[in-house]
Design a protein around this ligand. Structure first.
Ligand SMILES: C[S@@+](CC[C@H](N)C(=O)[O-])C[C@H]1O[C@@H](n2cnc3c(N)ncnc32)[C@H](O)[C@@H]1O
Length: 247
């Protein structure tokens, strides 16, 4: 039986409630400060005005919280495990040294090739990075997988929604069935859908109720049954909204 558990809260506060060395993989995608810059200079009408505007939907996560965040991510990961951080080409230079300073080994940026051009005026954007970090030593499951992952971008989805297929590659590479994947900034729950589809347990969190609603609906569409056990066991998570799902 695979379980998915959803929480609502600030990512760092939520992580502090998870036990040490309790999860096998982190795949996450915070809303970076750099989004504000694009809004301010107006290079992105999509972020400013469209229905899928992250401006309307969520606040950014400031770069000066990275240290606290990475300390918690490192602590909750099991000894030999991986961490993937969806990242833009500006924030990666800030995030990488901070993650290394808390103990992560940085392997390389993977490229998500969206296969069609997007916004911007100077070389229009067609890719995003996924920073690949390691705690301890864990072998990738398939050493033949390339560092460019080609999956078309999502139009008119949740703001900055990532395709499930991209996270599926990461999860297949870095976990075994029944291991635990977390995403502290889950948005529409793409990491969760990928985890459950592959038979991995998922624990997700987001500060926004829209994210909880969308993720719950997507998981329900996978024909999941709801159960009501608090999992994993924790003493102080009672204030967060929680939902346990089993398939
Ligand atoms: C870039 S989106 C994630 C999109 C997701 N990867 C997907 O495929 O849908 C970032 C998410 O972080 C959430 N968020 C913003 N600040 C947060 C915080 N301090 N703690 C937890 N979640 C936060 C937002 O509500 C938003 O849903």
């Amino acid at each position: 039986m695979v379980k998915a558990v959803l929480y609502q809260g600030d990512a760092i506060c939520w992580l502090r409630d998870l036990p040490d060395a309790s999860v096998d993989l982190i795949v996450t995608d915070p809303p970076y400060e750099s989004l504000e810059k694009h809004r301010a200079i107006g290079t992105t009408t999509r972020l400013k005005h469209s229905k899928a505007s992250s401006n309307d939907w969520f606040d950014i996560f400031p770069n000066d919280r990275f240290h606290e965040l990475f300390v918690e991510l490192y602590r909750v990961l099991k000894k030999n495990s991986h961490f993937y951080l969806y990242c833009d080409n500006e924030t990666m230079f800030v995030a990488k040294p901070i993650a290394e300073s808390v103990g992560f080994r940085f392997w390389k940026p993977l490229v998500w090739d969206k296969m069609k051009i997007g916004m911007g005026y100077h070389y229009r954007a067609r890719y995003e990075f996924i920073l690949f970090f390691e705690k301890g030593k864990r072998k990738l499951n398939d050493l033949g997988v390339p560092d460019i992952i080609q999956v078309p971008r999502i139009y008119r989805g949740y703001p900055t929604e990532k395709p499930v297929e991209v996270s599926e590659v990461l999860i297949k590479q870095s976990t075994e069935p029944n291991e635990i994947v977390i995403d502290p900034f889950m948005g529409s729950g793409s990491t969760g859908i990928a985890s459950v589809k592959l038979g991995r347990h998922f624990i997700g969190n987001d500060i926004g109720s829209e994210a909880l609603k969308v993720t719950r609906e997507r998981l329900q569409n996978l024909q999941v049954d709801f159960v009501s056990t608090l999992w994993p066991q924790s003493t102080s998570m009672s204030e967060t909204t929680q939902l346990d799902i089993s398939i």
